[in-house]
Design a protein around this ligand. Structure first.
Ligand code: GNR
Ligand code: NI
Length: 174
């Protein structure tokens, strides 16, 4: 298995729409394993394939606590089939927006149909942090980041800081 690099905003790839997958085979399972390894190493509680530069509708999630047994979820072609009227607010972070956090309001509960690691159709009924995380990941598949829900002023400030950081890193690398 190998850990992949995570794309950081601003990156035009993060704004593209990911494409549906045809089937779950060993090659796709290898990609899912690499995504999980990358997510655990980061560390994060979710990762969309686009964050490692692969424009496929695939996400991995594990919201288990450090001291608990790992509970990885692999979702191929996830589709939201229900979102509650009731909302909740969580402080969100994103591996593609390192160092930035904001309170985001989303539907408190959602149902998601998807294909699992074994290629079987499944339905996830999510609430709490899992509901927030799965909606955050599905947004990535549509080129959406949590900063898109902030005021233009806050969003532009975060993008400006990340752009500046990228320039600094390039100076050191060159
Ligand atoms: O690690 C992550 N934590 C997190 C916290 C609150 C809401 C969403 C997330 S997802 C994020 C990892 C990530 O960027 N996934 O795309
Ligand atoms: Ni993210």
């Amino acid at each position: 298995m190998s850990k992949k690099n995570i794309l950081i905003e601003p990156d035009p790839i993060l704004r593209k729409k990911s494409q549906s997958l045809e089937k779950v085979d060993d090659e796709l399972r290898k990609l899912m394993d690499e995504m999980l390894e990358t997510m655990y190493a980061a560390p994060g509680i979710g990762l969309a394939a686009v964050q490692i530069g692969i424009l496929k509708r695939l996400i991995v999630i594990d919201i288990s606590k450090d001291d608990q047994k790992k509970e990885p979820l692999f979702l191929v072609n996830p589709k939201i089939t229900y979102q509650s009227k009731k909302t909740s607010v969580y402080e969100e972070g994103c591996l593609s927006l390192p160092g930035h956090f904001a309170e985001i309001e989303r539907p408190a509960e959602c149902h998601v149909s998807y294909v699992d690691y074994g290629g079987k159709n499944q339905e996830l009924k999510a609430s709490g942090l899992l509901a927030t995380c799965v909606q955050h990941e599905i947004d990535h598949l549509n080129g959406v980041l949590f900063i898109d829900y902030l005021s233009k002023l806050k969003k532009d400030m975060i993008i400006k800081k990340l752009t500046k950081q990228k320039k600094e890193i390039n100076k050191i690398v060159l």
